[in-house]
Ligand binder design. Structure first.
Ligand code: SIN
Length: 291
């Protein structure tokens, strides 16, 4: 099937420029200093760019943890992460850290954060404090584009279906993979009890667009189907949705920020910087029930 993804236009006003980074997902926002309190129309501009492009990127921001928190709170209440270590003194900031002697990274596979929650998080605001000289990029994929490119037949099949998502196999005690390596970064395995079902195709609460809402990290099966029955269709959807045409790649620098929408995107943190430190601060925002 051919995939039509046309590049959205660059939008400028006298202060802010929104520059799409690819045909399907992601836009850089220039002209905003996030260390100061944004005006209401600036918040509105960032929010609508986020809902349209799925992820927005900022460069060269110099933010204290307090300024990062203040920026986040303009969009939604903060969700305190149950599993990630917090930045010292800042319970609302989760650390995405990998030390030179650690092998596993956080988020190293396609996923949508918090899909295992009854009310999944709106998105996250990730701010780079220390990044390796090369490697450690993050990939984002548009679930709007993935949905749009499905055939009418498969769209009709998926309409009305629901899928079950879980945190247990990732953050629970059952996950023994890299247990030693993750110690001190990921914890509270006993709190990994969340399972939730959500529609397989959601209507995005901000943009009104339809998006595919299953992901390789947390989705286990379709409601009313066995795991074995679900696997082939989930695998097909994962192959389809991870097509390069639907994705973009973000190269981090100190002071870079990515603000993504979990309802419209997947993301994938590349683990190609062994022996180097990478430290980012993540603030996650509360979302609304999906339908
Ligand atoms: C995450 O999955 O939240 C981490 C993303 C990253 O480190 O780039």
């Amino acid at each position: 099937m051919s995939i039509a993804v046309s590049a959205p236009p660059i939008i400028r006003n006298d202060r802010i420029e929104i520059r799409p980074v690819g045909g399907a997902v992601g836009a850089e926002i220039h002209g905003l200093d996030l260390s100061r309190s944004l005006a209401e129309d600036e918040v509105k501009t960032v929010r609508s760019a986020l809902f349209e492009h799925g992820v927005v990127f900022f460069r060269d921001q110099e933010l204290t943890p307090e300024q990062h928190i203040a920026f986040a709170e303009r969009f939604a209440p903060i969700n305190i992460n149950r599993f990630f270590k917090h930045a010292d003194g800042y319970p609302t900031i989760a650390e995405v850290r990998k030390e030179p002697d650690q092998k596993a990274n956080i988020g190293g596979g396609w996923h949508t954060d918090h899909s295992y929650d009854q009310v999944p998080a709106l998105g996250s605001i990730l701010y780079a404090r220390e990044v390796p000289p090369t490697g450690g990029d993050t990939l984002f994929a548009s679930m709007y584009a993935a949905y749009d490119a499905l055939s009418d037949g498969l769209k009709a099949t998926l309409e009305g279906m629901r899928a079950m998502h879980s945190s247990r196999h990732v953050f629970g005690a059952a996950n023994k993979k890299n247990a030693e390596d993750r110690k001190g970064r990921i914890g509270n395995a006993e709190l990994a009890t969340q399972d939730a079902t959500h529609p397989v195709v959601i209507r995005h609460p901000g943009s009104g667009r339809k998006a595919l809402y299953v992901n390789p990290g947390f989705t286990l099966q379709f409601e009313g189907w066995t795991v074995e029955e679900s696997r082939p269709l989930l695998d097909y959807l994962y192959r389809h949705a991870s097509r390069p045409e639907f994705s973009c790649r973000f190269r981090w620098q100190p002071g870079s920020m990515a603000f993504w929408d979990n309802r419209a995107t997947w993301h994938y943190a590349l683990n190609d910087y062994q022996g180097q430190r990478r430290l980012l601060h993540r603030i996650t925002l509360e979302g609304v029930a999906l339908s």
